[in-house]
Design a binder for this molecule. Structure first.
Ligand code: SF4
Length: 50
């Protein structure tokens, strides 16, 4: 699976950390583990934050 750069990964994690749908490493919109999903270049935020 293609992965994003470390810089992009960290940016995504920072955006999730302040998102109202974020809880305990889980995205309440899609049910995914954010630390896993944010790594993958083919995945995007379900509400288009990233
Ligand atoms: S993936 Fe999007 S909706 Fe889910 S926690 Fe991150 S910023 Fe929020």
């Amino acid at each position: 699976m293609p992965q994003v750069t470390d810089a992009e990964y960290q940016k995504r994690l920072r955006q999730c950390a302040v998102c109202p749908f974020y809880q305990d490493d889980t995205c309440l919109k899609c049910g995914c583990y954010v630390s896993y999903r944010a790594r993958l270049a083919t995945k995007h935020c379900p509400v288009k934050v990233w």
